[in-house]
Design a protein around this ligand. Structure first.
Ligand SMILES: [Zn+2]
Length: 316
């Protein structure tokens, strides 16, 4: 079963919410757009790999996007598959073109036909993640469980090349479609060697119980102030900020489109970017409402919950 399902990563959610709410002159904007693009590419690669790994769900326990704390360090793993005798750690790489692993220099280069760029060596990365997970399991008396690790190449059209020891690369790296078979084979071999059968669900619950969520402080990272986040309801059709309240919905002055619930995205943006709670006055300002009653009605009909002590609304 899939014990933990992947959702859009929190830093990407924050970037997507912040970018349309910044002035086009904001100095950090180009970097934020570039980072959002990179993170979106990583996320879509992970979803492509999930498509294949999900085939293992009827047999094994799967956890997607794991963030754990070990020895004053945090580490992140794209996917963990807990099989009958062993655990598989899978890291996803989403590159287009040709990628070359150099086993002597421990270096990865990618060429898209024109530009060649260098990246952190994925085999070293996955070995480090495995090392952290091994320590984490040791501290929870689960250190006897063998761990395999794989680098999944998300795009089937990516050409994988190796310079130096080809077999070494082949042991860790494969296209995503190959990975489930690799996991099954490696697990079967542990069974043949007489490894103990795991209570995969229990091990999964232990990991899930301590799993956190990777977050990023946008304000620190991009030198942003809370006042840089501009208010207004954003048009879902044309992206224009500042829709007007009409009857029981919103109207865009630019493209004339009508939306019943465009304010819900704006409320989410506020809670994600500005503060975890919102008062009636803050809601009036952020949605551009003139009446207190309209703000109250909107908040009462939203999925948010009222906390009388702070006279504010927040998520469940
Ligand atoms: Zn519009």
């Amino acid at each position: 079963m899939i014990l933990k399902q992947r959702t859009k990563p929190l830093p990407l959610k924050k970037l997507d919410a912040a970018i349309p709410r910044l002035s086009p002159q904001f100095p950090g904007l180009p970097k934020m757009k570039e980072d959002a693009k990179m993170q979106q590419q990583g996320y879509s690669g992970e979803i492509k790999v999930d498509y294949f790994l999900d085939n293992l769900a009827p047999m094994y326990t799967i956890l997607q996007d794991i963030y754990l704390h070990e020895n004053s360090k945090n580490f992140q793993i794209d996917s963990i598959v807990i099989a009958n005798y062993s655990i598989a750690v899978v890291d996803t790489k989403h590159y287009k073109g040709t990628i070359t692993f150099n086993t002597t220099l421990k270096q990865l280069t990618r060429s898209d036909g024109q530009i060649e760029s260098g990246f952190e060596y994925p085999v070293t990365q996955i070995k480090n993640q495995t090392f952290h997970l091994q320590n984490w399991l040791n501290q929870r008396h689960l250190g006897h469980i063998p761990i395999n690790c794989f680098v999944a190449i998300a795009d089937p059209s990516t050409v994988i090349q190796a310079e130096g020891n080809q077999e070494e690369v082949g042991n860790y790296v494969a296209h995503a479609a190959e990975i489930p078979q690799r996991i099954m084979n490696a697990d079967w071999q542990f069974g043949q060697k007489g490894a103990t059968t795991l209570s995969d669900y229990q091990v999964g619950r232990t990991i899930l119980g301590e799993c956190g969520e990777f977050d990023m402080n946008l304000f620190k990272r991009y030198n942003m102030r809370p006042t840089d986040i501009l208010p207004g309801v954003i048009c879902p059709e044309c992206g224009w900020r500042g829709m007007q309240r009409v009857h029981s919905g919103w109207c865009c002055r630019k493209c004339k489109c009508y939306s019943k619930d465009a304010h819900l995205t704006a409320l989410n943006d506020y809670l994600l970017l500005v503060k975890r709670t919102i008062t009636n006055t803050e809601c009036m300002w952020f949605l551009g409402l003139k009446s207190r009653h309209a703000a109250s009605r909107i908040l009462k009909n939203s999925p948010l919950i009222y906390y009388p002590k702070n006279r504010s609304w927040r998520r469940r």
